[in-house]
Design a protein around this ligand. Structure first.
Ligand code: SF4
Length: 690
């Protein structure tokens, strides 16, 4: 019997906690947190602690399979790769390279630069611009807004902050290691404010809870600016020297008085004043914006712009305790941009989602795929490779997307389990978990407070599963792109990526803190924007026909959200809140996690429940203009009246039967998932209710 252990990085979320995996004859038997890792200091959350159950789950796909006359037949990897290569060459010959679309899920994005980089390089070598990811409905408005305001993507320097605003985020449920850092900042004297329609676990620990109607966050930010500027609490010297368009901003926010904003947001006017004053007068302040919560609204981009502007006018940029810009490892890019033909579907309508000045964000808006597949416009997509994603369940308007996927000539799905999307495929491939991948784990964002990198190591082999990176390397060779993919294995790719850093994979084997956060770098070179300053007023936006200052369009000032009042659908539905035991549609099959979170629940305030005649624990029906689901009600004081909150990723009550893929945010095309109109009631006629 041979026992050993391997140190690696957890891959369930962006935190990348250090993990020690103990092996017995090559089988993983125990996982523990690495005690000296800067993110988790020996801890693992329930997801990380379930890594072994996840890796050896009975539900995993064990070998490649091909659908023949509706039945799944086991095939070899060689046959799978040869079939895929031949079909992709045929599609390219008959329809052009843009007829292939590739969709990356969260697990691919979390893999690291090798997995995602090889996927992009394959798309480039093939010539297709049609790369899509979960960011189409998640993080892009936030990213685009910060880049178009600051010229880069800074992160809150939580460790050193004296005022931390948790805006639409509940780190105790979504990023527990970050929650620990917030608690430690609070213990060091920071005031923590939580802005959320729900009194979340994090909100309960905050110094101040600020309730708000879903989808009205941009108005609240404008109201805070109104208080800060009218009371001269802004950093006039910084604003004068380092921002562009302050006069226009000051004129723009004049009408957003706290009283007006209170009518829009439901947040009391005096609370708006208190938050604004505390934020502006603290020695340092930073806003922790939810990864996607504010993005999934009609004003996702403008809300993130408004948050960036709050940081800017108070001088909390590139500063200790404000927004900071930790250094990145200068890795090589794997892109071959010059080989791409045409534009991605969605790039025509949402150009900033692809490129802002010389900054490539680089993906199409996936929400246009529903219609593009159904209509063949603006051009046909004939083949698709979906990796680490289950769009038929986890993308909006599931029913329509399923119908759209049926139009494909050829669908390949690389997945851990036989997901709803995998069931539709022509070929299914067994994916590897993060314990079966080798990559670079760079934890440079707000996860550790220090720039840190670690090698994610391949710890186990499960049946015939392969890593994403191995798949793209092998497919590239099979299809004849070998000269663009000269590496024998992922270790070769890692060395290639690391070359400019002077580091090797061995240097990163046990984790490496590199460099440190430097503040005030703008004083040397200015900001990487056309004006060289922070762009409060954006001429780029104006030139593209967008609002150059954060603006809101509300159906009514006393609305229930940004959807506005509607008699047929009088409630606001918010979907997709995080839970410590799930990762979107993943981990629902892990029994010990399921015990902690056995079923999806629809949360509503007692006032709403009473008005609707709904009892706690009752199965109710929720309906939107898109569809309906049945789900159990949970009546709680921890949500504002008039709002229903449901989780996503559950096949048994699929939130995406209720959502629409239609663009909500005009700049990014991100759909509205956080503030939909809905109605709710008993699912079964009262007479036959149990
Ligand atoms: Fe893994 Fe949990 Fe750490 Fe995220 S917080 S990396 S899921 S252990």
């Amino acid at each position: 019997m041979r026992e050993e252990s391997v140190n690696t990085a957890c891959g369930f979320c962006v935190a990348g906690c250090g993990m020690k995996v103990s092996l017995d004859n090559g089988r993983a038997v125990r996982v523990e947190g690495l005690p000296d890792h800067p993110v988790n200091s020996g801890r693992l959350c329930p997801k990380g602690a379930s890594a072994i159950d996840y890796a050896y789950s009975q539900d995993r796909i064990k070998f490649p399979m091909k659908k023949i006359e509706g039945e799944w037949k086991r095939i070899t990897w060689d046959e799978a790769l040869a079939t895929i290569a031949a079909k992709l060459l045929q599609v390219r010959r008959e329809h052009g390279p843009e007829a292939l679309a590739v969709v990356a899920g969260m697990t691919v994005l979390l893999s690291g630069p090798v997995g995602k980089g090889l996927m992009r390089r394959f798309c480039d070598a093939y010539g297709t611009p049609n790369y899509y990811s979960v960011d189409s409905m998640c993080f892009n408005p936030h990213l685009m807004a910060y880049v178009s305001t600051f010229g880069n993507f800074p992160v809150p320097d939580i460790n050193n902050s004296k005022c931390v605003i948790l805006w639409g985020t509940n780190p105790i449920a979504s990023q527990p290691m970050k929650a620990r850092r917030i608690a430690s900042a609070q213990a060091n004297g920071a005031k923590v404010i939580a802005i959320d329609p729900r009194r979340t676990a994090s909100a309960k620990k905050a110094d101040m809870y600020v309730p708000i109607r879903p989808g009205t966050d941009c108005a609240l930010a404008l109201g805070m600016m109104n208080v800060i500027i009218s009371e001269n609490l802004h950093d006039a010297a910084f604003v004068d020297r380092w921002t562009f368009g302050f006069e226009e901003l000051a004129g723009h926010i004049r009408s957003f008085t706290p009283e007006r904003v209170a009518r829009i947001t439901g947040t009391p006017a005096e609370t708006i004043r208190q938050v604004a004053r505390l934020f502006a007068t603290s020695e340092s302040a930073s806003i922790v914006q939810g990864t996607m919560s504010l993005d999934q609204s009609r004003t996702g981009f403008q809300t993130a712009r408004a948050i960036a502007i709050l940081q800017a006018i108070t001088g909390n940029v590139d500063s200790k305790g404000g927004f900071a810009d930790p250094p990145l490892l200068p890795l090589r890019s794997l892109r071959l941009r010059e080989m791409v033909r045409g534009k991605a579907i969605g790039e025509y309508k949402y150009p900033l989602a692809y490129r802002i000045w010389d900054r490539e964000i680089g993906e199409g808006q996936g929400m246009v795929l529903h219609d593009a597949l159904l209509t063949g416009q603006p051009y046909p997509i004939k083949a698709m490779i979906v990796q680490g994603s289950n769009p038929v369940l986890s993308w909006p308007n599931s029913s329509k997307l399923k119908e759209a996927f049926e139009k494909l000539d050829f669908l390949v799905v690389m997945s851990l389990t036989m997901s709803e999307t995998a069931e539709m495929a022509d070929i299914v491939l067994p994916a590897g978990t993060f314990l079966e991948k080798e990559d670079i784990m760079e934890i440079y964002r707000s996860e550790s407070g220090i720039p840190y990198a670690m090698l994610r190591k391949k710890v186990i082999q499960y049946e015939e599963a392969r890593s994403d990176a191995d798949f793209w390397l092998e497919l590239a060779k099979q299809i004849g792109f070998g000269k663009y993919f000269p590496w024998q294995d992922t270790r070769g790719v890692i060395d290639h990526l690391l070359e400019p850093t002077g580091l090797s994979a061995d240097d990163l084997a046990n984790g490496l803190a590199y460099g440190s956060i430097r503040y005030g770098r703008y004083e040397e070179k200015g900001f990487h924007t056309p004006s060289g300053k922070i762009e409060l007023f954006s001429e780029t936006m104006a030139d593209l026909g967008y609002d150059p200052l954060p603006a809101i369009e509300l159906a009514g000032e006393e609305s229930i959200g940004d959807a506005g009042p509607d008699e047929a659908y009088p409630l606001t539905l918010t979907t997709g809140a995080r839970h410590l035991t799930r990762l979107h549609s993943q981990l629902h099959n892990i029994q010990k996690l399921r015990k902690l979170n056995p079923e999806p629940l629809a949360e509503m305030h007692p006032d709403s429940a009473e008005r609707l005649g709904i009892e706690d624990g009752e199965i109710i029906r929720i309906e939107t203009e898109t569809g309906s689901i049945d789900i159990r009600a949970r009546v709680t004081e921890d949500i504002i009246p008039g709002v229903i909150n449901i989780p996503h990723g559950w096949a048994e009550a699929n939130a995406n039967q209720l959502t629409s893929e239609q663009p909500g945010d005009p700049v990014s095309g991100t759909p509205v998932l956080k503030s939909l109109r809905c109605r709710a009631g008993a699912s079964v006629p009262a007479g036959i209710r149990c």
